[in-house]
Design a protein around this ligand. Structure first.
Ligand code: PLP
Length: 221
């Protein structure tokens, strides 16, 4: 087995362990392998090991890497986990199977238009700025009801909520808060948990965990 394939099976074992503790089924948790900054050559062994769901944070980078990988393995699923500019909505809708960064009304408008144009709808997670951090992406908690109402009015397929807790702080309270917000708004999906805190996220109800470093090693760029 190659290095990343070993990391994948180790990670799957840790996911299964967290699920057992939480009395959840491993099938309830989707592992998104976040491959940003890593080359197609780095990604291929994970595909060979059976991983099918991947995440990227830039439209341009994903356009460069994924068409060829997908030609070889048509059942891959690609998720956008980074911020999306409205003027890239068409490209994002053409390329991604799920968007985790819907965070403002203008993006609802842009994506709804892009869905119409493409004749295809892509499930969206609404990203919440769960730690009320000034420079961070995500919808302020206070603005969430209006944003969800606008998205529902536009007929967007809402998958759930997504968050990235403040760096360096204990994640658990932020995950718990996001789970409560998802409950309050009747949303099933919870995209939360990264390499350092995915087990905590699973115990607090994550349905999608986004893991990069634990699979690919440290990013250089
Ligand atoms: C990079 C990234 C991840 C993966 O983070 P790791 O700590 O490398 O597992 C998850 N979510 C988002 C939004 C990211 O940008």
């Amino acid at each position: 087995m190659t290095d990343s394939a070993t990391r994948l099976s180790d990670l799957q074992a840790e996911i299964a362990k967290a699920c057992t503790i939480a009395r959840r089924k491993p099938e309830e948790v989707t592992l998104i392998a976040v491959s940003k900054t890593h080359s197609a050559a780095d990604i291929a062994p994970l595909i060979a090991a059976g991983q099918r769901v991947f995440g990227e944070n830039r439209v341009q980078e994903a356009q460069d890497k994924w068409p060829e990988l997908r030609e070889k393995t048509p059942d891959l699923e690609l998720h956008l986990v980074g911020q999306l500019q409205s003027n890239k909505a068409d490209e994002a809708v053409a390329l991604f199977d799920c968007i985790h960064s819907l965070d403002r009304p203008s993006l609802v408008t842009a994506l709804a238009k892009a869905f119409d144009k493409a004749g295809r709808q892509v499930p969206c997670f609404v990203q919440v700025n769960i730690g009320a951090e000034e420079q961070k992406g995500g919808c302020p908690i206070a603005a969430l009801p209006d944003l969800l109402a606008k998205a529902r009015e536009a007929g967007m397929p809402l998958a759930g909520l997504m968050c990235v807790p403040p760096y360096g702080l204990e994640s658990a309270p932020y995950f718990a808060l996001m789970a409560k917000l998802a409950d309050d708004h009747g949303l099933a999906g919870r995209s939360m948990g990264m390499s350092g805190d995915f087990a905590t996220a699973i115990m607090l109800g994550a349905t999608h965990i986004r893991v990069g470093t634990a699979l690919f090693g440290e990013r250089s760029g």
